[in-house]
Write a protein that binds this ligand. Structure first.
Ligand code: NAD
Length: 294
């Protein structure tokens, strides 16, 4: 039988350190974080939440205008640096810049990613090999390069935390173009492998797998255009959210980019100090439900 514990018998929880003036616990106080693809969508939500929790941030993105605008609108400890994650030189520069500016890298969020055009490359018999390489180059090579160069500065300090954005398309088939699905499965594999190696140095490596979100990526893909950087007009967001809700397993709730940011915050903070090699799926039970077979 279930035993219901009366609320008043539960011990009170007191946070005694790292509290902001509003009384909220700052879970990343003093930490230095890099967020790739941080200029918009899920990355932007991660940046905003990390700033609230006291982190110093480098936003790394190819969208100069959005990245600069976001950095300027947040705390003075948030900087934008142009970085194409598929370029090893850019990644090396990103890590060097962060270390010279803030002295260390505590957290790397490998979030930059592209979906590719869904309608153009539906079948395995006619996918475009160049498009395939482009998607793998950003989604997988970009994350691997991030891990490589972050590990170089984290290993000597025997501490650090790497989180990558995978996808439900990296957990099961049938949820996106082949290259995208392959790239997201690869992120999960890369995460597990890197966690095995870097665990010896006290470095944790995890990933998150979001369900569908009405960001530029999905809006533009469902519109049938390649452009990743268009404005997210309110009616477009609502249209995509409606379609996502219709596919979702969990009803009555709409997944927001902030919900993914909360999962990333958990993996970045000391609350998850023994969690490594894990793929935190944030999909309202979609990938484990019978609904996803339809
Ligand atoms: P988005 O298009 O809103 O944001 C992606 C960001 O990455 C943009 O700011 C873009 O400028 C940047 N970017 C693209 N190519 C880059 C490159 N080469 N180097 C650096 N930055 C680059 O999309 P999003 O939905 O926020 O996607 C973020 C991550 O979440 C991606 O990895 C995506 O695959 C993943 N994801 C998204 C969804 C979804 O439904 N939106 C679901 C699961 C996983």
């Amino acid at each position: 039988d279930l035993v219901v514990v009366p609320e008043k018998t539960l011990p009170a929880i007191h946070f005694i350190s790292n509290e902001s003036s509003s009384g909220q616990l700052k879970r990343l106080e003093g930490k230095v974080a890099i967020v790739t693809g941080g200029a918009g969508g899920i990355g932007e939500a991660i940046v905003r939440l990390f700033v609230k929790h006291g982190a110093k941030i480098v936003i790394a993105d190819i969208d100069d205008a959005a990245g600069t605008h976001l950095a300027n609108s947040l705390s003075s400890s948030t900087i934008f640096l142009r970085c194409d994650v598929s370029s090893e030189m850019d990644i090396q520069n990103l890590i060097n810049f962060t270390v010279s500016r803030y002295g260390q890298v505590d957290i790397l969020v490998n979030n930059a990613g592209i979906l590719g055009n869904q309608t153009k490359h539906k079948s395995i018999v006619d996918f475009d090999a160049n498009e395939f390489d482009k998607i793998m180059g950003i989604n997988v090579r970009g994350a691997a390069l991030g891990m490589k160069h972050a590990a170089k500065v984290m290993v000597p300090r025997r501490s650090g935390c790497i989180i990558s954005t995978a996808s439900v398309a990296g957990v099961m088939g049938g949820l996106g173009p082949h290259a995208y699905a392959a790239s997201k499965h690869a992120i999960v594999g890369l995460t597990k492998n890197a966690a095995c190696e870097l665990g010896s140095y006290g470095i944790r490596v995890n990933c998150v797998s979001p369900f569908g979100l009405a960001t530029s990526m999905l809006i533009n893909a469902w519109r049938g255009c390649d452009d990743q950087g268009e404005d997210e007009a309110e009616e477009e967001v609502e249209k995509v959210e409606k379609r996502v809700r219709s596919l979702a397993n969990l009803k009555g709730v709409t997944l927001k980019t902030e919900d993914i940011a909360q999962a990333v915050l958990y993996l970045a903070s000391d609350e998850s100090k023994y969690v490594s090699g894990h793929n935190l799926v944030v999909d309202g039970g979609f990938t484990t439900s019978k609904n996803c077979i339809d």
